[in-house]
Structures are given as structure tokens and as C-alpha cells.
Design a protein around this ligand. Structure first.
Ligand code: AR6
Length: 168
């Protein structure tokens, strides 16, 4: 059984096989965790992203980690929250599924996720965390991933994840 844990801090500093970026469809960088990842990985990351020709919402694409400790960066594009009636839940779940598929393809055994879509994109945190955990629990075994870290950027997020992880 894979280990699922919630941690707090900066995702760019983690020693895991893959970290997930909360990107946008251009894959050419932005603010939030995306900006932090590009700053930490260095300018080579932008060069690699330019070759990917963007990414659809709900999908994810892989690059090398360049100057960060993680070997891979999986750039996932979460949905912008538009009230909940525009397929946001399914598109968010799809990001987590696609990242686990990429983990399988790249033989990543440990992966760290930020709370995709919950910053600039406005997805409600608890609802996003429930989707993240459900989707990872359903797909982690098939991916070969042994350790999943949910990286929480503040105390409130950490306590939501800890409560959900303690359930079941
Ligand atoms: N490590 C871990 N989590 C972080 C970090 C960090 N270094 N920095 C922020 N977070 P956001 P989104 C948390 O806005 O909502 C970008 O401009 C943050 O507190 O980064 O998916 C992209 O280019 C929040 O809980 O991503 C897109 O245009 C979570 O990461 C757009 O923002 C996600 O917040 C994507 O918006």
C-alpha cells in the first residue's frame, strides 16, 4: 500500500522523484507555485516547456527538473473555478490521474503535489483536497508510486489534508 502524507513547505526543495507544477495552458510560467518552480529550476526549464506546445486543462506534461532536486517536473493544468458547474471537479481529478500516469511512464516512485487550482484559479480548498485524495487513492496502486506527498502552503491547508487523510 502506498504511503500518502501531508507536509508543509516549499515544493521546490523536496527530494522526490517528481514534483507537480500547477501550470497554465501555455506552460510558459506564471505566479504562485509555477513561478517558484521556474525560479528554482532555472532558465533551462522555460526552454524545455517551450518545446511542449502547451497543455490542455486536465492534462499534464513532463520535463526534467533541471536545478531542483526532483528528477522530473509534471506540469499539470488545473481548471479555473467558475462556480462548480463547468466540469471543474472532473478536470481537477484528471490532473491527478494524468500525473500518476506520467509517474508510471517515467518510473517515478515518489511524487509531491501542490494543491492544484486552489490559488490564483480559486478552487475551494476542501473540495479540491477531497478530489485530490480520492483520485490518488483510486489510481496510486496502478501507477507504481510508493509515496505521495501533498505539499500544503499554509496551516489551514495542512489541517484540511490531515483530517481527510485520517479518515478511512
Ligand atoms: N510550494 C507549494 N505550494 C505552493 C507554493 C510553493 N512554493 N507556492 C504556492 N503554493 P497557484 P493555481 C500553493 O496559484 O491556483 C500560476 O500563475 C498555493 O498556496 O500556484 O493552480 C500559473 O501559471 C495554492 O494552494 O496555482 C497559472 O496561471 C497552490 O499552491 C495559475 O497560477 C496552487 O496555487 C494556476 O493557478
Amino acid at each position: 500500500m502506498a504511503q500518502l502524507i501531508a507536509t508543509s513547505g516549499d515544493i521546490t526543495r523536496l527530494t522526490v522523484d517528481a514534483i507537480v507544477n500547477a501550470a497554465n495552458t501555455s506552460l510558459l510560467g506564471g505566479g504562485g507555485v509555477d513561478g517558484a518552480i521556474h525560479r528554482a529550476a532555472g532558465p533551462e526549464l522555460l526552454g524545455a516547456c517551450e518545446k511542449l506546445d502547451g497543455c490542455s486543462t486536465g492534462d499534464a506534461k513532463a520535463t526534467s527538473g533541471f536545478r531542483i532536486p526532483a528528477r522530473w517536473i509534471f506540469h499539470a493544468v488545473g481548471p479555473v473555478w467558475r462556480g462548480g458547474g463547468h466540469n471543474e471537479d472532473e478536470l481537477l481529478a484528471s490532473c491527478y490521474r494524468r500525473c500518476l500516469e506520467l509517474a508510471r511512464e517515467h518510473n517515478a516512485r515518489s511524487i509531491a503535489f501542490p494543491a492544484i487550482s486552489t490559488g490564483v484559479y480559486g478552487f475551494p480548498m476542501k473540495r479540491a483536497a477531497e478530489i485530490a485524495l480520492k483520485t490518488v487513492r483510486e489510481n496510486v496502486e496502478a501507477s507504481g508510486v510508493e509515496r505521495v506527498e501533498f505539499v500544503c502552503f499554509n496551516e489551514e491547508t495542512l489541517s484540511i489534508y490531515e483530517q481527510l487523510l485520517a479518515r478511512d
